[in-house]
Design a binder for this molecule. Structure first.
Ligand code: FAD
Ligand code: SF4
Length: 508
């Protein structure tokens, strides 16, 4: 029997080598690509993300057709509500024996495909593992099994050995696994930051931009500044640019907060890896070659490879290991509503306003802005964990639940019962001052804790310690801070906590 199959390709599966497409027989099977309202609207996605995915999907369609595939493309103006409905549209028109799909990156959708689709479509649905990731579910479960603590560092070492990245004769290159200590420099205008090259906007992308502006008028994102690659070729050019002009300084300034540049020396590639335009193993191998050829230091190469091979795979492993229960966690019972300035960046806190503004306008903030500026604020102010997670999922161009949720709930908000972080990433204004130059432009003073010109992060930090003394007092990595706080004059402590309470009440 040689009946055709329906191959469903999601917007973040735009790789020719993904498992479902590998099964597709050109000229026989039908490949479905669908711009559906449900996926575009279940949170208020940034317009940059919608435009990236719609344009990349339309370009991918052309690539598939050039390879001889029969593609059924449903565009947003056809008003198809869900992927399931899109599949039904195709099944009503074609004789198909089976639906084949590479597993989605979100539990909600996987659950629908597993339990609802076979019944509603009256058709077997074959869900294949997404083997574009470098650790399979089984690999991660095996690694996690029997461990009390699931620390990224040990997972990362296994992955280095397995993929033979930065390894010399069975040992880590340079004799150390981790060069993180070299990668924490603050920003004092030490370098010129190179200008990023523009990606040209073709007629397909221009059309998508106009449609997205018209259909999603209330979503964040200023598309007059859309500069994202929408094809594999352009994404690879962007990555080549990064390796040539930014990688050498990537490691050193990975944690820097720079008033003048949202991108600093970062890769700006997560949005491409996550939707399939770049391959995670290939980018790691390319960076290793750059190091071996003397184009960057070992700490820069190791810093980069740790993020992609280590953090990215580990975060995904945690998501699938612990979902769906993971999403219900809220260790610190954080429940305050989001302040309005999360939607308009209108706050005098310069670091926060810059980070939120660029997140809304471009759909991008680098890791330390997400973790130590916005996330730290949300953690200290006790903002509702699910509201914060929805904000991150909506705002960033690279956001999908498998990667956003553990990073936000676990790493930034310390909300997952300490699975990801052994201590909260909580910091006062001093840290932000040390890492960059925002404080010089701010009306608040990072050295002051209370009073109208005091940096809000300071009193919020101590209020956070005060509120969670019982939780953190016994944590060996927080014990000293908690003990110092306990030793302080009770009247001083009360003044600081009341000052922070007053600010939080005004914001939320
Ligand atoms: C609260 C919070 C939310 C986040 N949400 C997302 C998200 O929705 N999607 C997303 O891809 N990343 C997320 N991250 C991780 C990280 O911030 C982004 O991957 C990174 O900022 C993307 O920019 P870049 O490509 O310039 O990265 P670079 O700084 O150049 O790093 C290189 C690559 O490493 C990978 N990487 C680095 N750190 C992580 C990490 N912690 N988890 C997964 N991959 C990582 C990414 O693929 C990234 O492109 C989040 C981090 C935090 C703290
Ligand atoms: S003073 Fe405080 S609020 Fe202002 S930029 Fe510095 S850390 Fe941010």
């Amino acid at each position: 029997m040689n009946e055709s199959k329906l191959i469903v390709v999601l917007g973040d599966q735009l790789s020719l080598n993904q498992s479902a497409l590998k099964q597709a027989q050109a000229g026989r099977d039908i490949v479905l690509l669908a711009e559906v309202a449900e996926e575009a609207t279940y949170v208020r996605h940034n317009r940059h993300k919608i435009a990236l995915l719609f344009s990349a999907m339309r370009h991918f369609r052309l690539e598939l057709e050039a390879l001889g595939h029969i593609v059924h493309y449903i565009s947003i103006d056809q008003a198809v509500a869900s992927l399931e409905e899109a599949a039904r549209v195709v099944l009503d028109q074609h004789a198909v024996s089976e639906v084949v799909v590479c597993e989605p990156g979100e539990y909600r959708l996987l659950n629908q495909m597993r339990s609802v689709w076979p019944v509603s479509l009256s058709m077997p649905v074959n869900i294949l593992e997404d083997d574009r990731f470098l650790a399979s579910h089984e690999d991660f479960e095996l690694w996690a099994s029997g461990k009390k603590q699931l620390r990224m560092e040990f997972f990362y070492r296994k992955m280095r050995e397995r993929y033979q990245l930065l390894m010399d004769e069975g040992q880590p290159a340079g004799g150390k696994w981790n060069y993180d200590a070299d990668n924490r420099s603050g920003w004092r205008n030490q370098r010129d930051i190179p200008q990023r090259p523009d990606v040209s906007i073709d007629s397909i992308t221009s059309e998508v931009i106009a449609e997205v502006n018209q259909r999603f008028p209330n979503n964040p994102g200023d598309l007059s500044q859309f500069r994202l690659a929408v094809t594999r070729y352009d994404a690879e050019r962007q990555f080549d640019w990064f390796v040539t002009y930014a990688l050498a300084d990537f490691g050193t300034f990975q944690d820097a907060l720079v008033e003048e540049s949202p991108w600093v020396f970062h890769g700006l590639i997560s949005m491409y890896i996550n939707c399939g335009l770049l391959d995670p193993l290939v980018v790691c191998q390319r960076v290793e070659i750059a190091w071996r050829e003397g184009e960057c230091s070992l700490s820069a190469a190791e810093g980069f490879i740790r993020q992609v091979l280590g953090w990215r795979e580990y975060i995904r492993g945690i998501y699938w290991l612990l979902m769906p229960e993971y999403k219900t966690r809220n260790t610190l019972n954080a429940a305050r509503p989001l302040p309005d300035f999360f939607w308009d960046a209108n706050t005098d806190m310069r670091c926060l306003s810059r980070a939120i503004e660029q997140s809304l306008d471009h759909g991008y903030a680098h890791h330390i802005q997400r973790l130590m500026v916005i996330g730290n604020f949300a953690l200290l102010a006790g903002l509702d964990v699910m509201d914060v997670c929805d904000w991150y999922l909506g705002v960033y161009v690279d956001a999908y639940e498998w990667v956003e949720l553990p990073n936000t709930l676990g790493m930034a908000l310390y909300g997952d019962n300490a699975v990801i972080a052994s201590k909260p990433y909580a910091a006062s204004g001093k840290y932000i001052q040390k890492q960059g130059n925002h404080c010089q432009q701010c009306r608040y003073k990072p050295a002051k804790t209370t009073g109208p010109d005091a940096c809000p992060y300071n009193s919020l930090y101590w209020r956070f310690i005060d509120r969670h003394l019982d939780t953190f007092g016994s944590n060996p990595r927080m014990g000293l801070i908690a003990a110092n706080w306990r030793k302080r004059d009770p009247e001083d402590r009360a003044v600081i906590v009341q000052w922070a309470d007053k600010m939080i009440d005004e914001w939320t």
